[in-house]
Design a protein around this ligand. Structure first.
Ligand code: FE2
Length: 317
């Protein structure tokens, strides 16, 4: 039995064949925002950017929209806004709505994440549970959210997950796993098993845009609600569309499909102040995340954009 925060419960597992389902969403522009982490300022920036998108569009929050929002008013507001769009649950929402013994935050943390971080995350979910417990009407809708969605954009099948093709809290779509030959090989098998042209994920906190031969793309938006690169204070959302984005910070075009990373330039000063009201110096979220919120993680845009060989179908920008 793995320690709380490291295990991946059997109820989280669905397997790639579950992603062969008929698409439930059809759009010309599909926006996907995972890892909002309770940042209402990033949510406002996202909605503003999404409002400017013309045509037939859809917005999906693919999990972990709650995390830092331990103030009940924040939690309730974010819950209401997110659930007005399409949403899937992440491990955070699952462990709020259906807490399981010994699972902790449900993050399924791998070896490279230290024990201190894991313990702090387990305490963060406990504090957030106290908040959601004061808003019990929010729990049934969270419990009812699916773990994955399939969408169609043009002719492309988009499999939207929180973790990876196997499970809600899987790390196979992390930048770390995709930096290995075995990780890339596993991902290619997942495309075959799921019948997907694009996988859109989140959960692992760092973004990656990995192109595969044959016009397949795996896009992990990192975090919508936290900085993703050293020295850059913006969250990221994924946009998958039949037209290019105006303001992508990087992207790839595969035939008719544009897969872009959209920056969410939220009010950093206001968010920092609000974060500190909820998580002052010495608190668990402060210890785990404050440096990242201020400076960004030790990661760069250049490290996030990856391709295997050269593919005549796809070109990065
Ligand atoms: Fe997660």
């Amino acid at each position: 039995m793995l320690a709380p925060g490291r295990s991946c419960p059997s109820s989280y597992r669905y397997g790639p064949r579950a992603l062969r389902a008929e698409p439930s969403l059809h759009a010309e522009s599909l926006w996907i925002a995972g890892g909002l982490y309770g940042n209402a300022f990033a949510l406002a920036a996202l909605l503003e950017a999404y409002a400017r998108e013309p045509g037939r569009k859809a917005l999906v929050f693919n999990g972990d929209f709650h995390w830092f929002d331990v103030e009940a008013a924040d939690f309730g507001r974010i819950n209401d806004v997110v659930l007005a769009f399409h949403a899937t649950r992440g491990n955070v929402e699952t462990e709020l709505a259906t807490p399981q013994d010994g699972v902790g935050c449900g993050c399924g943390y791998p070896d490279w994440v230290g024990d201190d971080t894991v313990r702090r995350s387990n305490r963060i979910i406990e504090r957030l549970r106290a908040t959601s417990g004061r808003l019990p009407h929010t729990l049934a809708p969270l419990r009812a959210l699916p773990m994955h969605l399939v969408a169609r954009v043009g002719d492309a099948r988009i499999a939207i997950v929180h973790g990876d093709a196997d499970s809600l809290a899987g790390w196979n779509f992390s930048q770390e796993a995709l930096a290995t030959d075995s990780g890339l090989s596993d991902a290619r098998k997942a495309f075959d098993a799921a019948g997907a042209d694009v996988f859109a994920s989140s959960h692992t906190c760092l973004p990656v845009l990995q192109s595969f031969p044959g016009g397949r793309v795996l896009v992990n938006n990192g975090a919508a609600g936290m900085p993703n690169f050293r020295g850059e204070r913006c969250g990221l959302a994924t946009r998958i569309a039949l037209s290019p984005a105006d303001d992508a910070i990087y992207g790839v075009r595969c035939a008719e499909l544009f897969v872009d990373a959209i920056p969410l330039r939220y009010d950093h000063a206001a968010w920092e102040e609000h974060f500190l009201e909820q998580w002052p110096a010495g608190s668990d979220a402060y210890e785990s995340y404050f440096r990242r919120i201020v400076d960004g993680p030790e990661y760069s845009r250049e490290s996030a954009v990856r391709a295997i060989g050269s593919d005549p179908i796809c070109s990065t920008k």
